[in-house]
Design a protein around this ligand. Structure first.
Ligand code: 13P
Length: 263
């Protein structure tokens, strides 16, 4: 079976002790699942990262940062450098999460600098893309996604892109006020994204980049989402923040994918 991706972003939730306890439980719960079949990753708060890297078995879970500066050092008060994240031995860096773009005003051009910097420093770069509700209503979703990808991956070579992942997270679908995308809509937009990745990096690399769906993933829609041909994984917020619930969601989704013969 094709490898499925399951990850969560802990946003500004969970302190150090809670993060470590959550990760240890998640590892314990999911240990028997072959990592040939799944890629499991968690993106905790910055302050929890050091303890998480020390106390959690990284053979079972990849750890990432929620953001990163595009410079190694300098007069960038409040920012975190790729060298600092490298010191922790992190696996991945998330770039351009909807909340970074829409609450903190980050632009596609800034995300591009971060993507390049993350890839040059050996991290997996998880670029998040997604249209707002207004852009969707104006019929601009595909243009917005293509722009976010073309700018976000500008000057990224196919060789570099082998360490890129993409999360499609429609802004209107995320968080407590979000409405999840229908499975048909999600599949349609994943196809737009994959087509754009092929244009940018060629068929082999373009199609090898995992594209995850995020935005109100929950036990009621995860199984339908994961069987869609262009959905390679689920990037989950609230429904993953209890280790037992996330474990169940992962196992149910894997069973659905297997039953659907997902290749
Ligand atoms: P929710 O699943 O809570 O909507 O959050 C999704 C998300 O933002 C993951 O990064």
């Amino acid at each position: 079976m094709k490898k499925l991706y399951f990850g969560t972003n802990l946003k500004m939730y969970k302190n150090i002790a809670d993060t470590v306890a959550y990760l240890q439980k998640l590892v314990e719960n999911t240990k028997d699942i072959s990592r040939e079949d799944i890629e499991l990753f968690v993106i905790p708060s910055y302050t929890s990262l050091q303890s998480a890297t020390e106390k959690v078995d990284r053979n079972y879970v990849k750890l990432g940062a929620q953001n990163m500066c595009w410079e190694e050092q300098g007069q960038f008060t409040g920012e975190i450098s790729p060298l600092m994240l490298g010191e922790l031995g992190l696996d991945l860096v998330m770039i351009g999460h909807s909340e970074r773009r829409h609450v903190f005003g980050e632009t596609d051009f800034e995300e591009n600098k971060k993507v390049i910097c993350a890839l040059e420093h050996g991290f997996t770069a998880l670029l998040c893309v997604g249209e707002t509700e207004e852009e969707k209503e104006f019929g601009l979703s595909d243009e917005v996604l293509r722009t976010q990808l073309k700018v976000g991956f500008h000057n990224v070579t196919p060789e570099m892109a082998k360490k890129a992942w993409v999360a499609y997270e429609p802004v209107w679908a995320i968080g407590v006020n979000g409405k999840p995308a229908s499975v048909e809509y999600a599949e349609e937009k994943h196809q737009v994204i994959k087509k754009c990745l092929v244009e940018l990096f060629g068929e082999e690399v373009g199609l090898s980049i995992p594209v995850l769906y995020g935005g109100s993933v929950n036990p009621g829609n995860a199984n339908q989402l994961i069987v869609q041909p262009s959905v390679d994984g689920l990037f989950t917020g609230r429904s993953a923040w209890q280790a037992d619930a996330f474990n169940t969601l992962i196992r149910d989704a894997m069973a659905s994918a297997a039953a659907a013969g997902k290749k």
